[in-house]
Design a protein around this ligand. Structure first.
Ligand SMILES: Cc1ncc(COP(=O)(O)O)c(C=O)c1O
Length: 267
């Protein structure tokens, strides 16, 4: 099934030998009706990694209603929630259904990843067990990092930085969209994110095979396949606009477009 999601989550679930099934958003109702009974539903409602897509308000409401009805615990990953380009936010799943949703957030994308801090909110019984699991895993998050973050937030710096981050990523995303429009061959399609770091490109060619040629041309991307539990999407790739300097985006996309054009013409 075509339902890419965050690779780190797939790997974490796999490490507990979970049976991970990718479910396209609109297929969930049917699958539950047909007897699928997941212990947990993992989703990234905003500016998803890897597609950059955001769950609409209607789908949020339908999703939590379904999960409540079938007693499925939802794990909402809000890693990119604060990074909407227009600053607008839809209600979080947790705010819609605090009885069936655990919200997990990270400061990696809005403070810095090395600090290794995040948070979780959800039903008290689940959070109590998560607290024990965390303590058994790392004893405790580092105090120095927690104090750094506390000072940063209390001083109002996080709020100021978010304004700058949104503007930076919005600008780079616009540059990438313009470059894709200008250079990609007609058969290639991509998502148009309204926040976050990524766009998801359907190329029509094998993106694992193409990666070595792209690296030789000094263009890096992540092939789509590993974002699928099991197999899938061999022709998709994830492009990240967050870290590339503004003046390198057009040239990078142009080189990638040339490689895709050449690969699509090969027998
Ligand atoms: C959706 C999503 N969740 C979580 C994380 C990881 O966050 P952390 O650095 O806190 O492990 C990432 C980072 O790539 C991500 O894309």
């Amino acid at each position: 099934m075509m339902a890419p999601t965050y690779l780190g989550a797939i790997m974490a679930f796999d490490s507990f030998e979970a049976d991970v099934v990718g479910v396209p958003v609109d297929a969930l109702a049917r699958l539950l009706q047909d007897g699928l009974r997941p212990k947990l539903l993992y989703t990234i409602p905003e500016h998803q990694n890897p597609t950059g897509l955001t769950l609409s308000r209607e789908r949020r409401e339908a999703l939590v209603a379904l999960c409540r009805r079938y007693h499925v615990l939802v794990l909402e990953d809000v890693a990119y929630r604060e990074l909407g380009f227009d600053g607008e936010q839809l209600p979080s799943l947790w705010s819609l259904a605090p009885d069936v949703v655990v919200q997990a957030g990270t400061f990696s994308k809005i403070f810095f990843p090395g600090v290794r801090l995040g948070w979780a909110a959800g039903p008290a019984s689940v959070i109590a067990r998560m607290a024990i699991a965390k303590q058994n895993t790392d004893q405790c998050a580092g105090a120095l990092g927690q104090r750094l973050l506390e000072e940063y937030v209390r001083g109002g710096h996080l709020d100021d930085q978010l304004v700058r981050s949104r503007a930076l990523y919005a600008r780079r995303c616009a540059a990438m969209m313009a470059a894709l429009e200008a250079h990609m061959p007609d058969h290639v399609t991509w998502t148009r994110p309204r926040g976050g770091f990524f766009t998801w490109v359907e190329t029509g060619v094998d993106t694992v095979a193409l990666a070595a040629r792209a690296a030789a041309a000094k263009v890096a991307y992540v092939p789509g396949a590993p974002f699928h539990p099991g197999t899938g999407a061999g022709s998709a790739l994830r492009l990240s606009f967050s870290r590339v300097a503004d003046d390198e985006i057009d040239e990078g996309v142009r080189r990638l477009a040339d490689l895709i054009t050449t690969a699509s013409e090969e027998p």
